[in-house]
Design a protein around this ligand. Sequence first.
Ligand code: ATP
Ligand code: MG
Length: 252
Amino acid sequence: MVKILAVANQKGGVGKTTTSVNLAASLATTGKHVLLIDLDPQANATMGSGVNKQTVKQTVYQVLLGEIPVEAARVSNLRAQYDLIPSSRDLAGAEVEMVALPKREIRLKSALAGIEESYHYIIIDCPPALNLLTLNGLCAAHAVMIPMQCEYYALEGLSDLVNTIKKIRMNFNPKLRIEGLLRTMFDPRNILAQQVSDQLQQHFGNKVYRTVIPRNVRLAEAPGFGIPVLYHDKQSKGAQAYLELAKEVLNV
Ligand code: ATP
Ligand code: MG
């Protein structure tokens, strides 16, 4: 059965895209069929997968508007062994255009109905906002993965996200659950990061993934080559951490 995982945090730059791309690639190396959906107009997951957001013609934008079926946007000849539904800057307009459409919150969910069973995992990279795009991601998902940096304000935004998830559960997607909180860009020498990490574990217990993603320059370099870090430097701490995370996800 497919598992659909939304990678979400309305806070910007916390590692959502890095996590989406590298988790997709890591899961795919275990032989799982994986689809990555870029739901962000910034299209970083698209570029990071080696697809040019400037020239790509068929994207998640047309899928959400109901102009093309999801298969028409799917890219499956990537260097990494996962399929991608790319995004482009047009998607920023979808926010406004979708408002007038019927069932605007579940357009992604409906679009996926035809193909979801061909995958073991579908990973949705959400934009840094609690907007209609993220809502579509959360309505389509079975579970949410929340990447976060262990810093002072990290916990503040979390309650807004948790409340949004509660509302979505009540109104659209009763089974949606938080799969886990992922500590990203972690620097063990930073005392504050250690303290926030401890706090997270106290509050959220086993909802916090055991795997910690370290700050690692290879992770930041890989998108420049349009490849997940595994294909850039498999031995790097970053690549190894995402392989470890994939194992943890597989065992949930
Ligand atoms: P946005 O909210 O804009 O979509 P995001 O949450 O998707 O951002 P990323 O794009 O994954 O965050 O990461 C933000 C920046 O930090 C990027 O330049 C990325 O390459 C870098 N980065 C992410 N994770 C790591 C890491 N573990 N070590 C070093 N750099 C990282
Ligand atoms: Mg991103």
